[in-house]
Ligand binder design. Sequence first.
Ligand code: ASP
Length: 429
Amino acid sequence: MIGAGDKIRVFYKDKIFEGILMSQEKPDFLDIKLSSGYNVGLKKKSITKTELLKKKSELKVPPEKNVVKKNLPTMSILHTGGTIASKVDYSTGAVIAQFTEGELLSMFPEIKNLANINSRLIRNMQSEMMRFSHYNLLAKAIAEEAKKGVDGVILTHGTDTMHYTAAALSFALENLTIPVILVGSQRSSDRGSTDAAMNLLAAVQFITNTDFAGVAMCMHENNDDKNCLILPGCKSRKMHTSRRDAFRPINTTAIARIDVESKKITLISEYDKKDKNKKISLKLFDEKLKVGLIKAHVNMFASEFLAYKDFDGLVVEIMGIGHIPTMKVDEFTSENEKILNAINTLSKKVVVAAAPQTIYGRVDMDVYTPGKQLLKAGVIGNHTDMTPETAFIKLAWLLSNHKNEARKLFGKNLRGEISERSEKGAYLV
Ligand code: ASP
């Protein structure tokens, strides 16, 4: 019996294809990965014969040989795992992070024609498992690559927390002089429908053809396989559980659009450029720091805030333009007064910051009474338009590196995380 992962020969119309049978998503098609690394989907109706060449268990991936081509740029790909580094475990049907870096590179052969690639496996994990220690590990690895003089770094990463890592690296890598592009995929790399190859290719094209320096992400713009967007590291977010265009810029626009096939790059917004006079410096996270992220909601209890009394910082996703249930308005709402007392007590010890749970827009705690109560209690973040995730990372980074000035610096734009003006065209793009 032929199964996914086996090497097969397929007689299709007047052609013969040899490759690895992929996990099957479309009932009428047979997806195979050719030895060139490309995937083909063959209409089952037009297949005249299929032969088994080798069972999956007998196949071994040969290690990649690195031949340096002098006319091409040099890039380092650091792998951290996630769906982009995953394949379907054919015995369970689950997606697991298990590719080696050699296997990963051999899956995207087209990249090797565009750049000299050094590939390093940093971790092979799902990104939801990450901790501040991983950000430090990655920042150090990127700084090492930058010192070697590479033209750019690509970080393959799980998508669930890619926006947290992008923000963390934006802060940790001060005076970054090269591009660091995070790339993920919503479909594992062994599927015919994977978005991995295109996202990677677009990242390589962007690094090769622009003078961008800084941290950004590269993911699909739409659900089709035409364009990718370069998204700002501190102002983007995963906005969909499964779509390939899950990542959107928030309160801003993308940096660039890449039409992968025509290689056309359209610059959309201004960006920091490579500058040889700058020297990268590492500003790492305090790995023992405890920072929380909580969402204000109806029927809240004071104890939800008091649970953070031993933390160093707390980001509260406030409701609307700047509110938490803090007022007794009738016989049902006396708990709300306790909430205000809890926030007053908490913010004497813990740095409490606000970020909008609406995701889009700017916090303004001057508008309504509950907002004014929060300001009086010492809650910071007024007039900022950071995503809650960026606010969380920024607060942790400030408490790690600028503890005494954290309250003041939180509201200052340090890495492009706060827009000066709210642009009309930056909503739902
Ligand atoms: N759970 C995975 C991760 O974030 C999902 C993905 O990579 O898309 O690591």
